[in-house]
Design a protein around this ligand. Structure first.
Ligand code: PAF
Length: 238
């Protein structure tokens, strides 16, 4: 495994094999590892990026509390080819002035509750896709709205990378895997979220169980939900 902290070094690096790309913000779990396995099956080489993107956090506390586990993450990536782990100064050398903004589906659901989140996410994903120059990039369906936006951006801006959707990976009790789960104090209760989300009366049942509900809505044939538990925000879709 070769780790690039310096983007210039990565950009000079020449490769000829097919490349699969898995962008992450670290705190790697089995969900990320399933994206990596899929990339390894479909490409000769795999690149993983680890970058906690400040511009996609609308809540500064969420950014401060986001798990930073680079050493443990690198230990989990010994079997992959390349890791890109730049700092914010390299990704935003001139600050955050040029932005990718979508003005239709990014205003609903997550976008309505997290102003600016999707601009930051799309901006960094465009930067990372341009840096990676990969044949395929892998995104989890847990972040369903993110996936649709990344797909739309890739099509609209004629990006050469194919965006591949991968199914949500769940814990034994059904909770969708997420880097934020390690901050949960009421971990057992969190397992109720996907179970109750299925229910026609989901909002009332979740509130009764002690969750704060941001939204539960049907969109593109799925039921999407976002809740808060122990000040940790959980999202899912079924
Ligand atoms: O899904 C994530 O972890 C992030 O939104 C992504 C795609 C790595 C961009 O920072």
């Amino acid at each position: 495994m070769k780790v690039f902290h310096d983007l210039q070094e990565w950009r000079r690096f020449k490769r000829t094999e097919t490349l699969g790309f898995v962008p992450t913000m670290g705190a790697l779990h089995d969900g990320h590892l399933s994206l990596i396995r899929r990339s390894q099956q479909e490409n000769q080489r795999t690149l993983v990026s680890i970058f906690i993107n400040p511009t996609q956090f609308n809540d500064p506390k969420d950014f401060q509390n986001y798990p930073q586990t680079l050493e443990q993450d690198l230990a989990k990536l010994q079997h992959i080819d390349y890791v890109l782990a730049p700092n914010a100064g390299q990704i935003y050398p001139h600050g955050y002035h040029y932005k990718v903004s979508e003005d239709k589906i990014s205003n609903i659901l997550e976008g309505a509750h997290r102003p600016g989140h999707f601009d930051g996410m799309l901006t960094v994903v465009l930067k990372l896709l341009n840096l990676a120059r990969a044949d395929r990039a892998y995104f989890g369906e847990k972040d369903f709205q993110q996936l649709q936006l990344v797909r739309g951006m890739a099509e609209d801006f004629f990006l050469d990378t194919e965006i591949v959707a991968c199914p949500t990976v769940r814990e034994a009790d059904g909770l969708a895997m997420s880097s934020r789960n390690i901050r949960l104090q009421s971990r057992e209760k969190a397992g109720l979220f996907p179970k109750l989300l299925k229910h026609p009366n989901a909002r009332a049942l979740l509130e009764e169980a002690g969750f704060e509900v941001d939204y539960i809505e049907n969109w593109q044939g799925r039921t999407l939900g976002a809740v808060r538990l122990d000040n940790v925000r959980l999202i899912d879709n079924l």
